[in-house]
Structure formats: structure tokens, C-alpha cells
Design a protein around this ligand. Structure first.
Ligand SMILES: Nc1ncnc2c1ncn2[C@@H]1O[C@H](COP(=O)(O)OP(=O)(O)OP(=O)(O)O)[C@@H](O)[C@H]1O
Length: 449
């Protein structure tokens, strides 16, 4: 049976589970940790939230009063570490007592924010990001660490705005993501090539403990599309090529993704609808160059999504460029023959690692027979890359191009999802359900040493 946690990615290290092969659920900073007045509440784990909801349900079922949170007296005011994105504290001048009723700039910004009962931004809320004032249109989705909204500026240009609530006890994932997008934006300026498969970045900011950044809006993820549509061999190959380009672009900008999987690729919109973008840069780390000292091991016992994570992650070592390519190979195999990776039903991380080792020594004929023949060389090529060695991207690109030529791939042909209903999977195929289940389980795992 497919284990519940095999495809789960848990974003927060859990040292209690460091010695265990069992994967741990995410402890996240709930949206409710922020209130419109900018006060921080305690961070609550997902389980606690669930437990409290369960208690409430139980109480109401039995007509019991719900026990309210008792206010605890704080002996000492806890020190709140300021978010790197928060504006500097406004210090009133010692000579002029602050008698003015006018709100401070960040207070004024807070007042423009409107939240629902769950402290999600309401449509119509206005936020100034760098020099663009955007209005929230709707919630697009929720990741393990924050919410993503559809927003638009005064000219109706649309963007995606990712938000995260600053929480003292949980390391910010947005910090590195913003750093990466900033570098990507600079790289794009310096090398104005139109074809980058990475999202545009339009600035970041913070109001109180709500942090946010603006990025290009994209369409559905590759994973959700292949759940809905029966894709052809040609589409699978085109997706593999697009996905590869995104990795090369990210490496060129100096980052390793560490969570390459079909769920982290999304289709572009309108003129970009035949492009696939690499998204969710929340786990990126700096590329290790050959000249860098060899790190001994990662601070994590495991990091990534078990189904697609590289062997390096199973060994608790630092991930490098080679590892993104390894995860890409697993993702490609999953596109050509969905749910057929030999470890898809294995829940022991050690065994998954062993099966991946086996796959590289002797790739399963079942899987290879569904892929372009060139993948045999690609797998060999990726396996030979040294830990800090720069991959030979050109060799892999040439192999992919040769596969495309052999199969007479037409890159201008519409994808199945552009054809609408006729290309949709039949519900009775079971595939839609299977992938939907996989998707819900398909999140990352981080286990502390
Ligand atoms: N640039 C974007 N354009 C359109 N929708 C987006 C964009 N970025 C994210 N989304 C939507 O928001 C959802 C949450 O995205 P996010 O990157 O926070 O998390 P995730 O990848 O789903 O989860 P996690 O970060 O835990 O891996 C996505 O599943 C997607 O539906």
C-alpha cells in the first residue's frame, strides 16, 4: 500500500524524530499568528490546531462548554526578533512627545489590510510592495508555510503574492526565497534572454509580522495537469525538456533547488502557455562550486520529497547541482510512466535510498522502455557527476534534442490541456484519483540530524 508519508514534505526540522525513519508532520506558523493590529501570538503546531478543532467539535457534540484559552500573565516580555524584511523600528524623537493622532507609516499600511476570521487577507485589501500598490483579488493556494494570493495593480497587471507570518520559533523559508528571486532578477537584467523558466520578481516587504513578495503569475502545476489529462509521449518529452531548462537557469543564478518534482513546475499563461516554470524556491541553497571546500555532511538527516529526493539526501549529505538533475530524472520517469517508480510504495527512507541506488546501477527495463532511449545515457551521465562538479548541461541538452528530433516533436503543438474536454482523463481510469491522492501526500520532509 502507498504509505501516507512517502510523498510528504515537512518543512520544519523535527529533532525528536532525528533518529527515526518515520517522517514527521509540519509544524507551521498558522495564519492566525498575525492579527491586523500586528501582534504576535504563540506559534501553534498543525496538530494543536487540529486537536483544538477536534475538541471544539467534541464539546459541541456533547453540548459541553468549550474551554477558553486562559490568559497567561507574562513575567517577562519576550524579545521579538525582528524579521529581516520588517521596516526599521520608528523611534520617536526624545524632544517631541508623540501627541499626533496620525498613524505611523507601517500602522497606516496595516489599516489598509483586511482579514477574514482565519486572518486570511480579504479581497480588496491593499498592500504596497516596493513601489507597486496591489489589491488582493483572491486566495490562490496554501503551501506548507504560507498563503499565495492573486493580486493586481492599478493597471490590472496581475501577480502572485506569497505571504508568510513571521514566527520566532520557526525559521523563515521566505528569506532565502526572496534572496534567490532577487538574484534571479539581477541575473535577468544582466543577461536579458527571454527564455528563463524562472518567475519574475517585483519586490518584497513586511507589515507587522506579515511578510510578502510579488512574483509572476503562472497557471496550474504540471502535477495537477497530468492528473487531469492523459498526456502523450511527445508532451511528456516536451515537459521534461522544459523542466530541465528551469534547473539549468536556477543553477546559472547560483542556486540548487532541493525539491525538484512535477508539483514544483507550473505552466505559463497566455503567450507563455507552452513554457513550464520552476517554482517554489523555498528550499534553495547556494551552488557549491568545484573550488569550494567539500562539506562533510548536511545539517539534515533528510530533506526533500521522498519520491523524488536524490540519493544524497537519503545519505544525509549536502545537495548539489547533480542532485537536482537526479530528482529531475525521477520526475521525468514519473511523467512517462506515472506511479511506476520502484520505490513509489515503499515507506522506509533507507529502503527508498537503496532502491534509488539500484535504479542508477541497473535502471528498471520497465521504466526505461517507456522513456526515450537517450535517457539511458542521461542517467549514466548524471550518475557520473562529482559532488561539486558542474554538470555537462550541454551533453544532456543534446541528448534531449536528439530524442525530440527522433520522435519528430513539434514544439508548437498545443498541449492536451489546451484542447479541453476531449483530452481529459476518463474518471474511471483511476489515474486522476491516484494522482490526486499522491499530490495530497506529495510534500517535502526535513529531518534534523
Ligand atoms: N506564481 C504563482 N502563480 C500562481 N499560483 C501560484 C504561484 N505560486 C504559488 N501558487 C499557488 O499557491 C499554492 C501554494 O504555493 P507555495 O509555493 O506556497 O506552496 P506549495 O509549493 O504548494 O507548498 P510548499 O511550499 O509547502 O512546498 C500553489 O500550490 C499554487 O496553487
Amino acid at each position: 500500500m502507498m504509505p501516507d508519508n512517502n510523498r510528504k514534505r515537512v518543512g520544519t526540522p523535527d529533532s525528536a524524530n532525528a533518529d527515526s525513519n518515520k517522517l514527521t508532520p509540519v509544524k507551521k506558523c498558522a495564519p492566525g499568528n498575525y492579527n491586523a493590529k500586528g501582534k504576535t501570538k504563540n506559534c501553534v503546531s498543525k496538530e494543536k490546531i487540529k486537536q483544538s478543532a477536534k475538541n471544539k467539535a467534541e464539546s459541541s457534540k456533547h453540548n459541553l462548554p468549550v474551554e477558553k484559552n486562559k490568559k497567561k500573565k507574562l513575567k517577562k516580555k519576550p524579545k521579538i526578533k525582528r524579521s529581516p524584511f520588517s521596516p526599521p523600528p520608528l523611534s520617536p524623537s526624545p524632544n517631541t512627545p508623540n501627541t499626533s493622532k496620525a498613524p505611523r507609516p507601517d500602522e497606516a499600511e496595516k489599516e489598509k489590510l483586511r482579514f477574514d476570521a482565519e486572518k486570511k487577507l480579504l479581497s480588496g485589501a491593499k498592500i504596497l510592495v516596493k513601489n507597486i500598490e496591489v489589491t488582493v483579488v483572491k486566495l490562490l493556494g496554501q503551501g506548507g508555510f504560507g498563503l499565495v494570493y492573486l493580486v493586481q495593480d492599478s493597471k490590472e497587471n496581475r501577480y502572485a503574492m506569497k505571504t508568510e507570518y513571521f514566527c520566532e520559533s520557526i525559521p523563515s523559508r521566505m528569506k532565502m526565497e526572496v534572496k534567490a528571486y532577487d538574484k534571479i532578477a539581477n541575473f535577468r537584467k544582466a543577461h536579458p534572454k527571454s527564455g528563463m523558466r524562472l518567475l519574475g520578481f517585483y519586490g518584497s516587504g513586511a507589515i507587522g509580522n506579515l511578510k510578502f513578495f510579488l512574483m509572476s503569475l503562472v497557471g496550474p502545476s504540471v502535477d495537477s495537469l497530468i492528473a487531469k489529462y492523459e498526456i502523450s509521449f511527445a508532451t511528456a518529452l516536451r515537459l521534461c525538456i522544459e523542466m530541465f531548462v528551469g534547473i539549468v537557469d536556477l543553477h546559472e543564478c547560483g542556486f540548487v533547488h532541493r525539491d525538484i518534482k512535477p508539483e514544483n513546475y507550473a505552466i505559463g499563461l497566455n503567450a507563455d502557455r507552452r513554457r513550464v516554470y520552476l517554482v517554489d524556491l523555498g528550499m534553495v541553497v547556494r551552488v557549491l562550486e568545484e573550488s569550494d571546500p567539500m562539506p562533510s555532511s548536511s545539517k539534515y538527516d533528510f530533506i526533500g520529497t521522498p519520491l523524488y529526493a536524490p540519493r544524497t539526501s537519503h545519505l544525509g549529505n549536502v545537495q548539489t547541482r547533480k542532485d537536482d538533475l537526479e530528482s529531475w530524472i525521477y520526475s521525468c520517469a514519473d511523467l512517462f510512466s506515472p506511479n511506476k517508480l520502484p520505490w513509489a510504495h515503499e515507506c522506509d527512507r533507507q529502503k527508498v535510498g537503496d532502491l534509488k541506488e539500484q535504479f542508477f546501477k541497473n535502471p528498471s527495463a520497465d521504466i526505461l522502455s517507456q522513456m526515450p532511449a537517450q535517457f539511458e545515457d542521461i542517467i549514466r551521465n548524471v550518475n557520473m557527476i562529482g559532488m561539486t562538479q558542474k554538470p555537462d548541461y550541454k551533453a544532456i541538452r543534446d541528448l534531449l534534442e536528439s530524442a525530440a528530433t527522433m520522435d519528430e516533436i513539434d514544439f508548437d503543438e498545443p498541449f492536451e490541456w489546451e484542447l479541453g474536454e476531449q483530452a481529459k482523463r476518463k474518471d474511471d481510469s483511476g489515474e486522476k484519483k491516484k494522482r490526486k491522492k499522491n499530490r495530497s501526500e506529495n510534500t517535502q520532509v526535513t529531518v534534523d540530524k
